[in-house]
Design a protein around this ligand. Structure first.
Ligand code: DX5
Ligand code: ZN
Length: 224
């Protein structure tokens, strides 16, 4: 599988917006339309107010499609469930930094890497960048949420962009290699602002899977 750097523009359709009754075909459709990664949103009904899917879905997608799987865990005790997502075929696993996630962040990041996956750290819109500072040398990806997590189809929160800019500045200043990912309300318009703030991984659910022309939607997000 190709290896990606932070200077690559990566479009990651979120399968939360796909038709779950034909999930393998939906993932193939996204890959044919130009997806670089697939973004898989795991929600447990506790860390966020929604329940999506778990390791079995990740395993089904892994078994039926050959693409980089970017697994976003919005769950309490991500450390407890981690081995199951590794086993299911995740390539990159992102955990949240907020106290409600109830894990020792540094230990979980180390465990993700020790299991052979890339490690991501996510910040909710209200969480300051300072919370991520102790971990910037230990991550492959920093996810800055551009909506309050839990549901697809929400409006992009432009007020989060200064945090993306500051993270990009720190990444540059310290010569760090982590990807900078935005997630929530990304479409061809909000992708422009996100990319100019420094994001290189653009997660997009509704604007890709529900687009009349998925190829065109992915291309315009990539070229934003
Ligand atoms: C939000 C999820 C997102 C969501 C994005 O809780 O983390 O990945 O699927 O969906 P859209 O692109 O529809 O905002
Ligand atoms: Zn997500």
């Amino acid at each position: 599988m190709k290896s990606w750097t932070a200077s690559d523009r990566i479009v990651a359709p979120s399968v939360l917006a796909a038709d779950f009754s034909r999930i393998a075909e939906e993932c193939s459709r996204a890959i044919s339309a130009g997806a670089d990664w697939l973004h898989l949103d795991v929600m447990d009904g506790q860390f966020v107010d929604n329940i999506s899917f778990g390791p079995a879905m990740v395993e089904t997608i892994h078994a039926t499609n050959d693409i980089f799987l970017d697994v976003h865990l919005m769950i309490t005790r991500p450390d407890h469930f981690l081995p199951r997502f590794v086993e299911a075929g995740a390539d990159l696993i992102t955990v949240h930094v907020e106290a409600e996630a109830k894990h020792v962040v540094g230990k979980t990041l180390a465990a993700i890497r020790a299991a052979g996956c890339q490690a991501g750290l996510a910040l909710n819109p209200a969480t300051p960048l300072e919370s991520a500072l102790p971990f910037l040398h230990e991550i492959d990806l920093l996810l800055i949420m551009t909506v309050v997590p839990g549901f697809g189809g929400q409006a992009f929160m432009g007020e989060v962009l200064p945090k993306v800019e500051e993270a990009a500045r720190l990444r540059e200043e310290h010569g760090l290699p982590f990807h900078l990912e935005v997630d929530g309300g990304i479409d061809p318009h909000t992708a422009v602002a996100s990319a100019s703030a420094g994001a290189n991984v653009l997660v997009a659910g509704s604007s890709t899977f529900k687009a009349p022309d998925m190829n065109a939607a992915i291309a315009s997000i990539r070229n934003a």
